[in-house]
Structure formats: structure tokens, C-alpha cells
Write a protein that binds this ligand. Structure first.
Ligand code: ATP
Ligand code: MG
Length: 193
């Protein structure tokens, strides 16, 4: 299985979602980021960074793969999207973000219509608001990932949210709802692949 996580907008959580999925499921991650924080978190054999002019060969590995592609113009996104079972488009509930998300969806759906929307970093009614706006235009599945310290903790500890919750204690208490949101997203991906 191959998933591309992509948006024209920066800072929407592409890398954060990539790292937790990779740590939870043991998936590979390919990145085109000039500097990727994943270099410090993921085991070497599970992460590859492609330099700006480096060709990305068609993926033949047997593990599943995530393309975490930063938003700069990079034509290698096209074969990545074409190879993918799903394109996951994260957004944050801000006016500018919704607009950029719609442009992203318009561009992606020309290549691959298996789109999953993730409203990330939600608080209060962010999810309902963003969902309503997206549903006015599209009927792609939409998931929520709340704003949580769990994300920075993943980068700090190199552990998936699921693993932190499994260890119990306060983290189980604080992170179980974001863990549940990730599990819901993962279930959808696995069932519908
Ligand atoms: N659910 C969340 N809760 C709290 N903080 C989050 C969440 N998701 C992302 N962040 C934070 O938001 C910032 C941007 O996230 P991230 O780097 O994953 O975005 P990106 O889309 O990969 O950005 P870029 O376009 O620069 O590659 C980071 O500081 C990250 O820790
Ligand atoms: Mg990133």
C-alpha cells in the first residue's frame, strides 16, 4: 500500500501524521523535505530523503510506504500520487486553509480520486466547521485529529501515540482520544485499500 500525504499549504501536519502512521504501522517514509525532522525520529532503514534533483524510482518494496511531500513545486509528486492507493490531504480550520485545500483537492483528483481529508489540530468545533465547508463541495471521507501534545511527544520520544497509550499512566489518560482518532483513520485505510 502506498499513501501520499500532501497539501499545497505548509504546516498542516503532513510530517506529523506521517511519523505517527510510520511508527504505528512500521511503514516506510519517503520525503522531499530539505530538512526533515523524520531523520531524527525514524530508524534509518525506514526513512529516505530525496534530494531536489534525485529521481524517485517506482516503489517496489514490500512494506507499505508514505510519501511525505513538502509543498514546494516538485513534479515528482505526480508519479507519487499516481502510484498511491490513497492521497491524504490534511488541513487546519482556517479560512485560507480551506481555500488552499480546495485547490489541492482539485489538482489531486485529476490524478487520483481516492482522497481522504484530515482536519488536523482541531479544538472545539473546528472539525464540524471545516467538515461542513468541505462537504459543500465534495463527499470524500473526512477524519479528525485533535490538537494535542502527543504529536510533539512522538517527535521527542520516537514512540507512536499508540505505544505511549499502551504504557498506561497519565499518557494513556491524556492521549487516548487522539490515539482513537488515529486508529479510526487507520481502520478506514486498511479496510478500503
Ligand atoms: N494534531 C496536532 N496537535 C498539535 N500540534 C500539531 C498537530 N499536528 C501538527 N502539529 C504541529 O504543527 C506544526 C506543523 O506540523 P508538520 O511539520 O507536521 O506540518 P507539515 O505539513 O509537514 O509542514 P511542512 O509543510 O513545513 O512540511 C509542527 O510544529 C507540529 O508539531
Ligand atoms: Mg513536513
Amino acid at each position: 500500500m502506498i499513501i501520499t500525504i500532501y497539501s499545497f499549504k505548509g504546516g498542516v501536519g503532513k510530517t506529523s501524521i506521517s511519523v505517527n502512521l510510520s511508527l504505528t504501522l512500521g511503514w516506510q517514509v519517503y520525503s522531499n523535505d530539505y530538512y526533515s525532522p523524520l531523520e531524527d525520529v525514524l530508524p534509518k532503514e525506514r526513512f529516505k530523503k530525496y534530494e531536489p534533483n534525485e529521481e524517485i524510482p517506482p516503489y517496489m518494496g514490500k512494506d507499505s510506504l508514505i510519501f511525505d511531500f513538502g509543498g514546494q513545486i516538485d513534479f515528482r509528486i505526480i508519479p507519487a500520487i499516481l502510484q498511491s492507493n490513497f492521497v491524504l490531504i490534511p488541513l487546519i480550520n482556517e479560512i485560507i486553509d480551506i481555500r488552499v485545500t480546495i485547490s489541492t483537492i482539485e489538482a489531486v483528483r485529476e490524478l487520483n480520486d481516492n482522497i481522504i481529508i484530515v482536519v488536523n489540530r482541531t479544538q472545539k468545533d473546528d472539525f464540524q466547521q471545516a467538515r461542513k465547508q468541505i462537504l459543500e463541495h465534495y463527499d470524500y471521507p473526512i477524519f479528525e485529529i485533535k490538537k494535542s501534545r502527543a504529536i510533539s511527544d512522538v517527535f521527542k520520544t520516537g514512540k507512536s501515540i499508540q505505544a505511549m497509550v499502551a504504557r498506561g499512566g497519565l499518557k494513556r489518560f491524556n492521549y487516548s482520544s487522539i490515539d482513537h482518532q488515529f486508529q479510526t483513520l487507520i481502520k478506514h485505510i486498511i479496510i478500503n485499500r
